[in-house]
Design a protein around this ligand. Sequence first.
Ligand code: ADP
Length: 486
Amino acid sequence: MERSPLKCLFVSSEVVPFAKTGGLADVIGALPKKLREQGVEVRVVMPYYSKIRNQFFEHDSHFLTSFDVYLGWRVQGVGVYFDDTLLPTYFLKSDTYFSRPELYGYQDDYERFGFFCKAVLEMLRHIDFIPDIIHCNDWQTGPLCLLLKEMYSRDTFFSKIRTVYTIHNMKYQGLFGREALNVLDLNNDYMTPEKIEYHGAVSYMKAGLLYSDKITTVSPTYAEEIKTYEYGCGLDRLLGDKLYYKIEGILNGIDYDVYNPQTDPHIYKNYTWRSIKRKQENKKQFQLEYGLEEKDCMLIGVVSRITDQKGFDLMKDTVDKLWVMDKIMQLDVQFVILGTGEKEYEDMFKHFAYKYPNRSNVFLTFNEPLAQKIYAASDVFLMPSLFEPCGLGQLIAMRYGTVPIVRKTGGLKDTVIHYNSLTKEGTGFEFEECSGYWMYKKIEEAYTYYKEYPEHFRQMQLNGMKKGFSWDDAAKKYIKLYESMI
Ligand code: ADP
């Protein structure tokens, strides 16, 4: 007898192309598509932020249904909208919670995402889709795993549904005051270290970790790292001693339709590995458009959230009594960074852009077309992260023939291979120690290859471009995982 297709509902607070602040959105924009190609019946659900409505849907013609959600003593209405132009996606509308300019960072985030989790479960009673698996992502969806296991699964309608909880970043745990218990209709029994209490706070991340059926992280190395004191963000004992049996690391890919130098509409000149010489034209045009001196020197690119996680403190170390950034600029290089984040680092990069006019530029904004231009124009891509669950920047860079220089941690370790000039294998440069000195040494090494051994530099570019980082493999692994659960 033929089995009916596996049904999976992805729950996420951000999804490309509708809303994005980082890699999570890329993953949910791409993985479900691949799963669908491989025969899984996939749907996605996300909040209906007002900017999605303004940008993507002129009219509310895709309205499906509405119902009430009970949150402690509150009753909140929710509208369900459905669109399947790209992927079958449900948008949950609540003006109270999601008509705001930003995705996160509000005092009532515990209530907004508590509401979201409950609304997703309630939605299932109103639509024609009962998933085998609900795939939750990051702290915003942690409570869903708890609500399903502790309450909803008593109802036979929900009892067969299993949950996967994916950690995209351990650092953001969704820690809130006790009022979060009330929103989730949980009593004080849940406020213990064995349950969802974390140093006096309610932890949405713990709700996901403890009450999901399987946990995944976005690279095999990160799956091991989070069980250690250094990387576990206070949850290492829980993960290493108690939950280790249900953790698996599955390496992210990138969407080869979106990140493709051959077809990318945002870059100046399209190219493939066969026509990589044309990549040079992207640098030229970029220099011209963004006020850098037009010359053939090594262009170092960064596209990143500018936070301490991404390793920018290393720029402030000293080498030969100079700031690392000053030392780097003593080489014949140009430096460009696109990102937003902590003011301290933003100011630092503004300072250097001012200090090295025509050679350095900083764009403190979130701009995807500009990001693509930087990936295509740069010769090397710098990613000195302190920790990196997977990292997509280095994967996109390699796809665009841009050689990554990374710290050997998490997904960076799993995806970048240090170049070996003897075997001509490898795709970039890695340094292990968290020090500005070693970061500088690797930039210097890349620079030497670029200047003195261009044929080796070209080899690294080609090795990176030919490496397969599509979602095919990951999708197969997720399917295997889902099948093991039902
Ligand atoms: P994280 O999820 O930790 O921010 P990743 O490397 O996993 O880091 O993913 C970051 C994604 O966001 C990449 O697709 C990167 O190109 C993109 N990105 C980061 N900052 C910006 C920005 N300022 N403008 C456009 N895209 C950005």
